[in-house]
Write a protein that binds this ligand. Sequence first.
Ligand SMILES: [Zn+2]
Length: 471
Amino acid sequence: MTEAPVRRGAARQQSAPIVVIRGGTVVDAASERVADVVVKGGRVVEVGPGLATPRGATVLDAGGCLVSPGLVDLHAHLRQPGAEDAETVETGARGAALGGFTAVVAMPNTDPPVDSAAVALEVLSLGAGAPCHVAVAGAITVGRAGERLAPMGELAALGVRLFTDDGAGVQDVAVMRRALEYARGFDVTLAQHCEVEALARGGHMHEGSWSSRLGVPGIPAEAEEMMVARDIALVRLTGGRMHFLHLSTARSAALVAAAKAEGLVVTAEVTPHHLTLTHAELAGYDPVYKVNPPLRADADVEALRVACAQGTVDAIATDHAPYAPERKDDTLDLAPPGMLGLQTAVPVVFAALGATVHAHGGAPGSAGNGAGREPTSPRMSAREVLGLLSWHPARIAGLARDQGGDQGGPIEPGAPGNICVIDPAAVWEVDPNRLASRSRNTPWAGRLMTGQVRHTLFRGEPVVVDAEAQR
Ligand SMILES: [Zn+2]
């Protein structure tokens, strides 16, 4: 089903070069070992230590680096069609490749939204030549209006595996029940943006000590948690399958943990920024920190980190949300919510989760990326963190190899050449003007990051080499 009629990159694959990824630590779901990787004709052909360099091969140095299956982002706003001044599929995909992603799921809240086969096909064809796989999520309801169900069958036939009205949650519980029952028939997953509008309306940040101090209307944690609880009940009622987008509170994580313990088929993602930043960032009323769901309290950040370590959270997703500068450079109440995420996800997440690198003497991610906060959650291994960024989301997106896709590894002979090489010790400064995105709304401007994507291979082609996009 994931093999959409628009077969991306097939022609390019034939002419893909021979590439040797030399001297890194190969980390995937199966194992972690020091090895070279030879990629030819778009596929991994050999993995092992000290491999000979085939004639005519491009050699990519991976000394001190992690060699991982390409990362998979379940949640990216590529803004096309409709807001090409903020981002296009091309610029978003380039940023994704620079961030180590070999697949992104484009969110359907475009203009028009992806609530028909025609719009889905438009996005898929825009992504056909992109330097990463561009999957598309479909809307749950027509126009994302929350009333009538979108033609899920038509969209599923095009390979759409995830459906969401993201930007808004489906408010009507009867509509959501019907959507879950309908989705079961097509073997697709519903992804909910959990927010009870009646509670969230008019809020610009987390409702708590900082919103009181700043005099800014808040969005209570309960606006999210009530919908998480409601949808868990609906999953129980229907036997459906649900993915929770961008969870942001401690109690949301606890609800999902309880649902999983009960055996319900639910998965959850968190964003890099909800693992690092708190509502205290709003102290200067800077709209770059306005995001939905809002940045929460310290205890929420800590709980989400623990939820990652304990397996309650299945995936890290960027919620990359570009906005043209003139829209975001407004007052806090008027600026739209959202921030960039694709190019900074790896160092931010490695720092937040204290990812340690066992093999090959690489340095652990510095806590400096986390706005000076020391993680108190259990330190995760680099392999565990890469699972959250690659092979777990690949499965949720329906893009894993045994689902008919080509993402998530493992890195072994015969596997598709979708690989990212991460230097965990490289230090670099985030310069908004040098990001691939058309927008500049990163909360990390001017910050030093520890950890950088050095190379990305997409279907065997080096699309990023030495942290530079090749096309
Ligand atoms: Zn959302």
